[in-house]
Design a protein around this ligand. Sequence first.
Ligand SMILES: C[S@@+](CC[C@H](N)C(=O)[O-])C[C@H]1O[C@@H](n2cnc3c(N)ncnc32)[C@H](O)[C@@H]1O
Length: 416
Amino acid sequence: MPNNFSWRPGSALPSIENHSRRKLDVLRDYLNVYFDTVVTNPRQDCLNITLVDGFSGGGAYQGSGSIEHGSPLVLLNAVEQARERINRNRKKPLDIKARFVFVDDNINHVEALRERLFQEGFGALVGTEISLIHGRFSAELPKILKLIRANQRVGRSIFLLDQFGYKDVPMSSINSIFSELERPEVLLTFAIDSFLNYLQDNSASLDLYRQFGIDQQFITEWQANKSDEALGRLITQRALMNNIQSGGGANFFTPFMLWSPTDNRWMMFAHMAQHQAARDKMLGVHWAAQNSFKHIGKGSMFSLGFDTRLIETKDSLFDFTEHDRTKLRDELLEEIPREVSSFMVNGYLPVEMFLERVGNRTAATNSDLFSAIKELSIAREIEIRSKSGAFKRVGSQVGKNDLIYLPLQRTLFSLK
Ligand SMILES: C[S@@+](CC[C@H](N)C(=O)[O-])C[C@H]1O[C@@H](n2cnc3c(N)ncnc32)[C@H](O)[C@@H]1O
């Protein structure tokens, strides 16, 4: 294990690297959006949630000049701040009943985390709201799932699985999370480039690789693509992401790519969920943070990425994002009618179904998609009707419950 992930009670803290800091920023931003949007009913007065940090580490890092929080403290603080923020403007107070489960297989890390929790004022919760577990995540998971199922009706939970490489979160673990709980979300770190670099001819016969859908054909294609360092790697990363998504059993998968200068390779930080609304929230975080996007081919799935080299070379990430957004809008205007036509049944497609169908393949948020749909309806490329089938006024707001129709006579003008 590299020194930047090594803790001991009473000893100096490891220093934090930029890409780890970025990952924690994404986690923090996502949790803020999550709590702000998860309770939509003003009459709801209680939210039960379990936050599992399966690879918790020791809780803190030495930043330049100040101490920076590791993932367990990011989780704890996010809940504490959400309680305060959400209740500020509420008539009926919302009680967030959060349970935290922190697992690490290194006893020094568990004890360093215990010490840190006391130092940060969370000591009284250890043993009640906070469970500190010394063990391997995959071995502890069945007990954790049982605990969630016993205490929560819908099993609302967030699993942060910040493993060091790619071997410690088996696909079967992700699968059991998605099959045994109704509302889980998983944030998974996966050393995608190390994984590809270690692939060998005989890997297809090893369970470690087979669980990720690696077969002889995958390896042959990777070997053929590999000399094209940029595109070949992207295509293979994408194929692997598809396998992780389908093998893990999540409907929605949002990859965020982090460049690690120390290891000289890409790491993936993926968000997995069953509901398109959750993916939309995560996409919103990436746009707001102006994380860079890389995509293969027009209209295909995008991969979200942050590359610290862009900061070091002082290239601007931010123009990139705006440029991307304009390009994305043009692509959406061109592709939405085609998408609608391929998925519609009986001449129409519900907006909600459209979001589910394109969700995984676009970096557009729902608000981008709604604007594009509206623009297309103004141009009479598509028609929007309400749930009852009544025509909606051209240019009115598009909602999830609306229906998209393709006019029989599509306009001859194409939008650009
Ligand atoms: C990348 S670090 C986690 C950093 C932490 N999430 C943070 O943000 O500060 C990975 C941690 O996982 C622990 N670990 C390694 N293998 C594990 C396993 N199979 N189960 C649980 N913890 C494990 C290591 O001891 C290490 O503390």
